[in-house]
Design a protein. Sequence first.
Length: 198
Amino acid sequence: MLSIGFYEDEASARAFAPKAASLLEGFKKFQAEPAEPMREMFEIAASTQQEAKAVVEKGLKAFNAHDLEALARDAAPDIVATYPEVGQVKGPQAVKEQNKVMVTAFPDARIEAKNTIAQGNTVVVEGVFTGTHNGPLKTPMGDVAPTGKKVAGDFIQVFEVDRGLIKRAHLIYDQVELMKQLGLAPAPPAAATTKTQR
């Protein structure tokens, strides 16, 4: 640090020198101290993000293995999960049952994460669900008999992780598109074409 001062005479400059030196020492303290806490805070944040991401990735692997017990174990006791078809469910057992619906309807159900972003204890997964509808699909309006059709659809799921367990999960996907692929919803009409007469 460079300090330049203007004084009336040499004696004044010499008299101020000890004060200047003392001030500089004080500034050095403020310069040196914040670096370590800031570094520690960054390392803690990075560690939290990696741990949260690892918990979510573990859950994705459990789903692909159709290990419903593992999904329940990785859920916090007060977990709140939101699904397009049923809304909110609470508790590990409810999460287990909702995932059971999907693996029963789609015995070869699989999810592939295309992009995973972690920020603090929040993790967002962008992926694709694939499966063959060879089992009954339970819905709020009744069971849908197996159609034998293969489906593939994009999804986004947002997770909140707390102390190594998933506390919140919010799944978003296009239900109408799924119904179309199962042949249970009409496809949109083809766009009308107009001929230009000359």
